[in-house]
Design a protein around this ligand. Sequence first.
Ligand code: NAP
Length: 482
Amino acid sequence: MAAPVKRDRLFIDNEWRRADSGETIAVANPATGEVIGTVPKGARAETASAIEAAARALPEWRRRTAQDRAAHMLRLHDALMDHRDALAAILTEEMGKPLAEARGEIAHGAGFFKWFAEEGRRIYGDIIPSPWADTRIVVSKHPVGVVGAITPWNFPNSMIARKLAAALGAGCTMVIKPASQTPYSALAFGDMAMEADLPAGVVNIVTGAASEIAAEMCENPALRKITFTGSTATGKKLAAQAGAHMKRVSMELGGNAPFIVFDDADLDKAVEGAMISKFRNSGQTCVCANRFLVQSSVYDAFSEKFAAAIAELKVGDGAEDGVTQGPLIDEDAVAKVEEHVADAARKGGEVIAGGARHALGGAFFQPTLIGGASSDMQIFRDETFGPVAAMFRFETEDEAIRMANDTEYGLACYAYTNDLGRAWRLNDALEYGMVGINQGLISTEVAPFGGVKASGIGKEGSKYGVEDYLDVRYALFGGLGR
Ligand code: NAP
């Protein structure tokens, strides 16, 4: 197949369609501010058509053997990898991240199709010893049915991939609503699905008005589950709306990750991990370190090394060679980062590096390091979602744990220590869905990704991820004779 291009139609029932209204949404390149195209502004009617197509495709898709579904999914994996460069170019153009990161994201996304192709073949049930003679209790797992997925802009490919792959492996069909800022990476899944020979209706993609698409997903009885990745505020609203119609939900929401550096840590490794965890995607990942808690005795040494590493970052258009920091997604994102920095400075924080909009203008912001941060600052409470690292001092392990857990969020956290006992104690005490001990990069398709507290419900990836797309049913076989 020819390399994927930026599709400007909805993908429903293996066909490319316009919105009924003919209305469109403009998509901009955050590095240049230029409009790079438009996509249809779909709403309730288009979502209903997509759900109908997915419901039509469901009986045949779920009846297939897991092996058959896996064959299509492996083809989808190969299609993504074959077109990796073209897909990465589209992703960088609409989202801004450096091309190398975009290529990494495509491979990460593709990995989910391979994983869930295999995992789909291991959906086991149980036989439970029965309390009654002449009976047998059989537990089996069945696909939930049609699933609606709503995804964010920060990982336009892989946030879809890890939902779609799990759904397909479980035998579900799907309607996807991507973020309006990054619809092209999502629509490319239409071409990938065709290349993988997926039957019509198994994958459908509707761009457009979020609240209308979400309302149709919540209210349409043919749709059985909603899986969402995005902000906690939107997730709470959507979960309430879905709850009113008793839809199953999975919620991958915001974080406020602590990154704890103890005095027994290897500081060079800690800085390496800090750079990956803080500055990947220009600080716009849900698992980005937001609060650097550093033990007083190593605070100055860590700060110096961290500042030196930050000085090496190269800000620019993600499509240019050697750039490590792209723009933020839009002006609102820059304004939020600016506000967090100003708030920190007002409350006594020291701006050690950066601290302002970048000379490139537009949505570019300087990689920033703030010292002497305190818990009354916004940056302690809210996800900054930008290239700002704030350092807080602590004295004892108990204090570090208390500070780390002092947030409504519970997605990812990180700790650097060479004390084995402490590492285990931290793993027990930190109230987070994911803990990186001496590691700044934790995402992989083989491990369960997901948060606790206000960071969400459910897991993606791993053997746990497929369970989110399955209903457990029990059958009692009676009258079997003694
Ligand atoms: P967002 O504003 O919540 O948007 C996410 C998605 O929800 C978009 O598709 C958006 O559509 C849609 N949406 C907006 N309003 C809606 C509504 N009323 N009902 C239903 N859907 C609605 O989040 P974002 O700013 O794009 O993404 C950043 C957030 O995502 C951060 O908080 C980050 O931590 C979180 N995130 C979490 C994970 C995780 O796995 N836990 C991963 C990545 C990101 P439109 O674009 O059309 O508005």
